[in-house]
Write a new protein. Sequence first.
Length: 454
Amino acid sequence: MVTKVGGIEMLSRLRNQRIRKANGLVTNITLDETLRPLWKLTYYCGILLDWCLPISKNSFRIFKAVRYVLITFLFSLLLAVTSFELIQLLLETGKASNIHAIIPHFLWFVPLLLAVVIHLHSLRRRKEFLNFFKDWRQLEIEIAHLNPNCIMCKSKKMHLRMYAIYVIITLASVLSLGLDIFNNPEAPYLLSTYPAVRQVIPLLVIGSVHLVSIILIWILTAMGDFIPSFTYYHAALAVSCLENDVKALFDKHKDADEFCIRSRLSLLADKLNTDPLMKKLPSIESLILCELDIPIRRVWTRYENVGKMVSRADYLFGSFLVYGQVGNVFCMTMLVYSVLYNLGDALKMRTVGPILSYILILTAVVFRFSSSVIISSQLHRSVSQFRTALNDLMSKHWNRITKGDRDLLRSFMWRIQSDPLVASPLGVYKVTPSVLLSVLSVVVSYVIVLLQSK
């Protein structure tokens, strides 16, 4: 098993080494390399087991034992803080004068609940994750063999920028929360809200528990955003590679004379085959090389394989995207309402103090939601471009290709149009750029309802 895994990783590295820098751009990367920083973070910090790349079975048992203990401890800590926030939310709901008083509890409880769900889902379906990424590596190898000159992974360090932004957001959240804990230890959403707890447990320990929980929130929610988004993104790159391969096939037949010669040979073959004297001779049409038939079928097969992997991603990682985006919409609604609720006080005091924390959190949530939608919707965009390019090529070269190639291309075109590839987590909705407008209308509607209930 170790040898097999090592062979897969070595083959992936050798394939990546063939992708050279072009026009001064950074070397392109594969899905494994895109997710590797997150995989290393969750694995070596003891948050999760191996879920992207399998680990060696020759590691020391003591390391495995420590990792299992650490995973159990962190999950228990996360579950305990989530339970505390739920209890506080229920207690405050019963005595709150308006909805604004319980919004801080919602802003704590919803991300914690989402982190617990992602953590539990990742542990339960670890083997399915490993099988998925193993099959994805094989698909990337097949597409690279189909067109070795096609650069499939054009991320240009996009994933590193995303990781850097998430690190900055996490550090800012930890810093602001640390100040809040020590400046306002009696806040109802903190463990230190009870005097008996403060007398028994030092404030530094209480603060550490909350700081660790918020770090886990950002790591696990980042995992819930990045895994499906980058998977759909690399599926879009695979479709773009297939599009380039089809264009390369037609580029080989640019010369109009060559197409004319092939057409005339085809007509001549029809005439000769209808002659009774030529029945005993081999069909001349069978000797004409149909150069597009086999390559197009190969592209079609790869396209179907990409579609199967996207369907598997919808099933495996769809819950991450659905739960994460629902939580983001809920938090955005609460935060926009809080900003508008406190805006009057901020204007009277001529300071942004009452709304600054809400604005910062709102900015982070909006970025998370919009970035995941934009990255995931690249698959829809790539398939649309592929369909348009194929339609243009068919229109341009219609009279220059054989009837068999026309029928095959028409069938392929119908396949793409009838059931286009698109990110559809759990089959609930299709991730396209229009989702942003839909969510905006939903947030505005609910904010208006909340303001009217003020």
